[in-house]
Design a protein around this ligand. Structure first.
Ligand code: 7TS
Length: 420
């Protein structure tokens, strides 16, 4: 079954991920839930350990050696993230807990100050709840109106529908770069250009693209971009907001407290320079430093290489899934070379409940996710209560896809017997 012309990327890298070497239910673990969270390489685990063993201290506060080390490492991580997405300035990177918090930051700080009754926000029907609920809340507070871009016949972002929705009333467009359910890769540069031509700002949710492909915020020209560290080999509890400098400068603070101030009086205060204005309280220091280590690790492999290898995996995954006639796979088909969509597949198998599929696959050591993947309105639109989803990363192999397909076939045959 395995036919590779060259040594696959994953073989050399799997040893960096101790968790992948274990057995689950007596079978070698096949971890295919990477869209939910990725595994962490030794370099990241070591960065966490080393920080707490050697450097643990609060940042930006003391003049002692440990505090200086912690501050240097924390700010060094910011430089790494800035370079990773080609931000023009390190001040454009704000550390947050995750992408969700980053979106909420923009919704509160920018949204509250800039939106009024009748203004319009354009989202798409495929948004993760994290890129929907903050805007619903903002709309409730301000009287702004939400509009939703629908899907094309191939279940991708409908640019024509988007063009028909946008107008001078549109103040904000907030869209996902790569859908965690459909796997489609949205034309963000075009989306941004159209929005800017109408004077609207654009936020890009890069949760499912930052881990998998090179990003260039200057080329994209987006106003904000958000991502979560835990999906890109980093720890949980750390994510980031990128925002254009002038925009971040003009935004009022989100959370208030220590770290984000310049001068404080009893009745008022002035705020710190960017990015600290948006980082109130003691930050997730170890996690930020470990995210920096994750960025180093990904750069060490090369985001181009990761993307190219994942395209190979995508082509193979879809070739194998096509052997199972009972499956309905959501989102666009990849091109023959695996390009054109993310290395994930959300699917249903006739009457079989996705949770049952996931439970049976778990018995075979195969971890896939079942549910609505926090895209419940999209699932409703697709007439699916829930779907099963396999999502891959650069450390997955063709052999793992084979194991997944074999156990999926067995599970469907088993339930087919029950329902037939
Ligand atoms: N946006 C997208 C596109 C996502 O896929 C996710 C998480 C988020 C936002 C939220 O990320 P968080 O780190 O702030 O929670 N997606 C998934 C998933 O597909 N399965 O579990 C989490």
């Amino acid at each position: 079954m395995i036919a590779t012309q060259h040594r696959p990327l994953a073989e050399d890298l799997r040893l960096d991920f101790p968790i992948l070497g274990q057995e689950v239910n007596g079978k070698p673990l096949v971890y295919l839930d990477n869209a939910a969270t990725s595994q962490k390489p030794l370099a990241v685990l070591d960065a966490l350990q080393n920080y707490y063993r050697r450097d643990n201290s609060n940042v930006h506060r003391g003049v002692h050696t440990l505090s200086a080390r912690a501050t240097d490492a924390y700010e060094g991580a910011r430089d790494k993230v800035a370079a990773f997405i080609n931000a023009a300035s390190r001040q454009e990177i704000v550390f947050t807990r995750n992408a969700t918090e980053a979106i909420n930051l923009v919704a509160y700080a920018w949204g509250q100050a800039n939106l009024k009754t009748g203004d319009e926000i354009i989202l798409s029907v495929m948004e993760h709840h994290s890129n929907l609920i903050p805007w619903q809340l903002l709309a409730q507070r301000t009287g702004a109106v939400l509009k939703f871009v629908e899907l094309t016949d191939t279940q991708e972002f409908d640019l024509d529908h988007y063009r028909s929705l946008i107008s001078e009333k549109t103040k904000l467009v907030s869209v996902v770069h790569v859908s965690n359910t459909l796997g489609c890769i949205n034309p963000v540069e075009e989306i941004v250009a159209i929005a800017h031509a109408h004077g609207a700002r654009v936020l890009v949710d890069a949760c499912q693209s930052a881990p998998h492909m090179p990003l260039n915020v200057q080329a994209m020209d987006c106003d904000w971009l958000v991502a979560s560290g835990h999906k890109m080999c980093g720890p949980t509890g750390i994510g980031f907001l990128y925002g254009k400098l002038d925009l971040l400068r003009a935004m009022p603070p989100f959370l208030g407290g220590g770290e984000m101030i310049a001068d404080v009086f009893f009745d008022h205060a002035t705020y710190a320079d960017l990015p600290h204005k948006f980082e109130a309280g003691t930050p997730a220091i170890a996690e930020a430093i470990a995210l920096g280590a994750a960025v180093d690790y990904l750069n060490g492999i090369g985001m181009d290489k990761i993307h190219a290898y994942e395209e190979e995996l995508t082509a193979y995954l879809f070739q194998r899934l096509a052997e199972i006639p009972e499956l309905k796979i959501y989102g666009p088909q990849p091109k023959a070379d695996g390009s054109g969509r993310a290395s994930l597949a959300a699917f249903t198998a006739g009457e079989v409940h996705p949770h049952d599929l996931s439970t049976i696959l778990d018995q075979a050591g195969v971890a896939i996710r079942a549910g609505h993947h926090c895209t419940q309105p999209l699932h409703r639109l697709l007439n699916a209560q829930s779907t099963a989803r396999a999502s891959l990363y650069f450390y997955n192999t063709r052999a793992e896809i084979d194991t997944f397909i074999a156990s999926l076939k067995e599970a469907i045959a088993f339930f087919g017997g029950l329902f037939g």
